[in-house]
Write a protein that binds this ligand. Structure first.
Ligand SMILES: Cc1ncc(COP(=O)(O)O)c(C=O)c1O
Length: 359
């Protein structure tokens, strides 16, 4: 087996650029701004099945009982891993949205799932078409996977649609995994987690995207108390216990979340305004507009995105994510997460590169 994530490998090895429009998580918070004191830290502690203060704070943050929270280091990535490991067996049928965040696809393949796809079409505003999804479901379907907000487009799946997906899953005894990492970037406007919609729902998330706290790798899964317990026991053979320093710093961070939310909002609001105006001014680009999320996924109507990427990088020191990583080669992803002055200049450079391509 040679499973790998082409996207993740690219993301980790891509050349550094000054104007980075490829980021999907809010600009990293400088450690000093976390305001942690040495007394906040320890190397070890009582965290056999989760560090209690962290579990309880996340339960409050997500509006669920502590029994439903599984904390996991390794962010949403490891949360997705553990969630799939707990509910999938080799050969199970898994339905995954298309396009999606590529490591999710690689993960299902790694678990030996038989992966089927259902479309989220640009032409349909990247919505989940429940009728199309229903056509793919069989008695062998064990899991349906969506991202909400959608990566790459940031389109939200509303509760009515999630409920329909849940009902379809229930009919065949399947579960629904909702990767909710980008709901954290909606702050107080975020809808409640899909875990509230029924026992078939499992959700994953982390502090990564919304607050500049990726380095903490603080991830979690929400599920029914039974499923959560099963996941904690399964995790015994993966990671034993979590890293205490990071768990304790995550507690510090959760207590100060409003401060980091204010910072993230300043960045996102400024960058979204710049990007919205820019996209409206370019006739060679079409986009499904959203009012929330950290990314946008325009379609280039003429020319090749790979050429745009190369010109941006080589001539303009600017980065985007080519749509080929999202099975959409005519699109590219712009993240609104960079420092606003740099973002502003990056968008100007994106315009210049598009002009070059037209010329
Ligand atoms: C949909 C989705 N899930 C999970 C992740 C990984 O998140 P984390 O850094 O918390 O592991 C990402 C990162 O881009 C993502 O877009």
């Amino acid at each position: 087996m040679n499973t790998q994530s082409t996207y993740m490998n690219w993301a980790k090895t891509r050349p550094k650029v000054k104007y980075d429009l490829a980021l999907s998580g809010i600009l990293n918070l400088p450690f000093a701004e976390l305001g942690a004191k040495i007394e906040d830290l320890d190397l070890c502690g009582d965290n056999a099945y989760g560090y209690r203060p962290l579990v309880d704070m996340l339960a409050t943050h997500c509006g669920v009982a502590s029994e439903s929270v599984v904390t996991i280091s390794g962010g949403t990535s490891m949360a997705n891993h553990l969630a799939m490991a707990a509910v999938l067996e080799h050969g199970d049928e898994v339905l995954i949205e298309e396009p999606t965040y590529e490591p999710i696809l690689a993960l299902a393949e790694y678990f030996g799932a038989r992966v089927k796809r259902f479309p989220r079409l640009f032409e349909h505003g990247f919505r989940v078409d429940v009728d199309e999804l229903e056509k793919q479901i069989t008695m062998r379907t064990r899991l349906i996977v969506v991202t909400n907000l959608h990566n790459p487009s940031s389109v939200q799946i509303h509760e009515g649609t999630l409920r329909k997906i849940g009902a379809l899953a229930r009919e065949v005894g399947a579960r629904v995994l909702v990767d909710e990492v980008y709901l954290e970037a909606m702050f107080e406007a975020a809808p409640r987690s899909a875990v509230h919609l029924g026992p078939e729902f499992i959700t994953t998330s982390s502090l990564t995207k919304g607050y500049g706290l990726s380095g903490l790798r603080c991830g979690w899964i929400l599920a029914t108390a039974d499923v959560a317990r099963q996941m904690r026991l399964l995790h015994d053979i993966f990671g034993a216990v979590g890293p205490q320093p990071s768990e304790r710093l995550s507690v510090v961070a959760l207590a100060k979340l409003p401060k980091f939310i204010a910072r993230a909002k300043r960045i996102l609001e400024s960058n979204r305004a710049v990007l919205t105006e820019f996209l409206a001014s370019r006739e060679e680009l079409q986009v499904v507009r959203t009012d929330s999320g950290t990314t946008s996924f325009p379609r280039l109507l003429k020319g090749r995105v790979e050429d745009l990427y190369t010109v941006l990088h080589e001539k303009y020191d600017t980065g985007i994510v080519p749509g080929r990583f999202f099975e959409s080669p005519q699109h590219f992803r712009v993240g609104m997460c960079a420092e606003p002055e740099l973002f502003n200049e990056g968008v100007k450079r994106l315009g210049a590169a598009l002009d070059d391509l037209r010329g």
